[in-house]
Design a protein around this ligand. Structure first.
Ligand SMILES: Cc1cc2nc3c(=O)[nH]c(=O)nc-3n(C[C@H](O)[C@H](O)[C@H](O)COP(=O)(O)OP(=O)(O)OC[C@H]3O[C@@H](n4cnc5c(N)ncnc54)[C@H](O)[C@@H]3O)c2cc1C
Length: 512
């Protein structure tokens, strides 16, 4: 009799961060009424006890580190947006933060959100016990996976090998990229986290060069300003693009950016081109009553980050480009990606990914105001076109589009794609690729089924259940074709998909 035949269910979650909490919550709801399993086991593998439940993102840290979505959208439940807000409203000891005109529209500190996650994790553990699940937490790194004797998977760590019926990869985003190979240079800080430990190491008068202009780079700039830094700050990246400011998302009835229209363009030109998409987007903006050229001009390379911040702060409720972009469903993004001709796919990967991320991964307006005032005072500069940073003597020389004075400290705020991760996630990803469980899409994401988040079987769509049946991924690992999958809404959606897929797989097994 096999593991599956016995109707045992032994789920392993690889990674015990935020995604694991969301997945536990979804699994408990999905399996609440399913009593047929004789043995229910949930194993969570998380090597770093200090990351359990809140991950790195929501660990105790400086109060300058705030969530990037308003409280009313921060939640572990895709189906319940205001779950965190309701929790917050019953916890007067936690401040709802600033930036909005009510707790719902404000932005709490990330450590407050971390307290919520810790509490949700404890609640899930208790509910799991009530539902008859045996929960085990292993503070071990999963190094590789192999086929189990009973149709499941064996997870190998340096200490053990345990068999499970299902395994879910929830190992988070990539790792610090160190694009200029500065790891051994004195004055180079390879990761800014935890901010409260790393940033006080910086001399307050130093010229600090921050590699990156995304949310991590902003965390660094805000953290240093919060600690009273007096020296100049330079944020530098290839494109110099800041995240857009968080705004309400208006709903549009899409008339131009639709699958039939896109297919029609692709048929006519034997493949889809970015210029076609640009025109469709323009048509959509015009149809919605906006000056399309003016709105899209902010995305052009010559646009000034400072002016763009001012523009967005002056028009807090109207960001039609972001709204429209958020209206494009994931399935349509996949259609677009599959129809783009190869050279255009390459442009997305190398040139436009940052633009897409800046739309998908916004910053709160309070953050934007702090950045703008540091820019207006001359303390903070955003420099695009960085191609090199090297140590000469005791100072760092930056080669970029404009001249940058030598830096005293360099802080890496860049990240690899999940495919190129280093450390624990990297070792596991290499082993999965080597052993034929994982394959990667063109954009650096793990190939998964969008319907179930099950890993694609790299040996091809087999006739049988396939080599990867019961092996799932969620979070940034699945980002490839949709470009960014690490934000909470995407993580929560992944958790629901995986929980439903496991339930379906189990049901199928029970009857087969
Ligand atoms: C500093 C920071 C701030 C952020 N702020 C926000 C925000 O405000 N709003 C938002 O929506 N998103 C934010 N994010 C995005 C954030 O990554 C996600 O919201 C969330 O943390 C993703 O959850 P996850 O489970 O995928 O990854 P994580 O929470 O990072 O958890 C992954 C876990 O996997 C473990 N792991 C890795 N490899 C292995 C292995 N081989 N074996 C076992 N375990 C392993 C790691 O130790 C880690 O604890 C932020 C991210 C960062 C880094």
């Amino acid at each position: 009799m096999t593991l599956r035949d016995r109707r045992d269910i032994r789920i392993a979650v690889i990674g015990g961060g935020v995604g694991a909490v969301s997945l536990l919550d979804s699994l408990l709801e999905t399996f609440a009424d399913a009593r047929q399993h004789q043995r229910r086991e949930l194993s969570i593998y998380e090597p770093d006890p200090s990351r359990l439940a809140h991950g790195l993102a929501f660990a105790p840290d400086l109060d300058s580190a705030i969530v990037n979505l308003p409280n009313q959208r921060m939640t572990i439940r895709d189906r319940d947006c205001t779950h965190f807000l309701r929790w917050l409203n019953t916890r007067p000891e936690h401040s709802p933060g600033a930036g909005g005109d009510s707790p719902a529209t404000s932005f709490a500190t990330r450590q407050v959100f971390g307290s919520y996650l810790d509490e949700q994790f404890d609640r899930c553990l208790k509910s799991a016990a009530d539902q008859g699940w045996q929960v085990r937490i292993h503070h071990e790194t999963v190094l590789s996976v192999s086929d189990g004797a009973d149709g499941g998977y064996v997870l190998h760590t340096s200490e053990s090998a345990r068999e499970h019926t299902h395994a879910v990869l929830a190992i988070g985003p990539g790792s610090p990229a160190d694009p200029f190979d500065l790891v051994d240079a004195p004055g180079f800080l390879e990761s800014p986290y935890p901010l409260k430990t790393v940033l006080p190491q910086v001399d307050p008068k130093d010229h600090v060069v921050i590699l990156g202009t995304g949310l991590t780079a902003i965390d660094v700039a805000l953290g240093l300003l919060y600690l009273g830094h007096q020296g100049p700050l330079t944020m530098t990246s290839r494109h110099g693009i800041l995240p857009q400011i968080s705004s309400g998302i208006a709903l549009y009835e899409m008339q131009y950016l639709t699958a039939p229209r896109i297919r029609e363009y692709a048929r006519g030109s034997k493949g889809l081109y970015l210029a076609d998409l640009w025109n469709l987007f323009k048509g959509e903006l015009t149809a919605a009553g906006f000056d399309a050229d003016a709105e899209l001009s902010w995305l052009l390379p010559e646009s000034s980050p400072m002016d763009h911040l001012r523009h967005q702060l002056r028009n807090p409720d109207a960001n039609p480009v972001r709204s429209l972009f958020q209206n494009v469903p994931n399935e349509l993004k996949e259609v677009i990606r599959s129809l783009l001709v190869p050279q255009e796919q390459e442009k997305i990967r190398t040139d436009y990914r940052t633009h897409l991320k800046s739309l998908q991964c916004p910053m709160p307006s309070t953050t934007a105001r702090t950045l703008l005032s540091a820019m207006e005072s001359g303390q903070l500069s955003i420099v695009p076109g960085v191609t090199g940073v090297r140590l000469e003597g005791s100072r760092f020389h930056v080669t970029a589009q404009t001249e940058v004075p030598p830096g005293d400290t360099v802080i890496d705020a860049t990240k690899t794609s999940p495919a190129e991760s280093k450390g624990a996630p990297g070792k596991l990803m290499s082993a999965l690729t080597r052993d034929g469980y994982a394959s990667w899409d063109y954009y650096g994401g793990l190939r998964v089924s969008r319907r179930t988040n099950q890993l694609h079987d790299p040996t091809g769509p087999g006739t049988a259940a396939g080599r990867t049946r019961g092996l799932y991924a969620m979070g940034e690992l699945t980002s490839g074709s949709i470009y960014y999958a690490s934000s909470l809404p995407a993580v929560n959606e992944g958790a629901d998909i995986v929980a439903a897929a496991i339930a379906l797989d189990q049901e199928f097994t029970s009857w087969s």
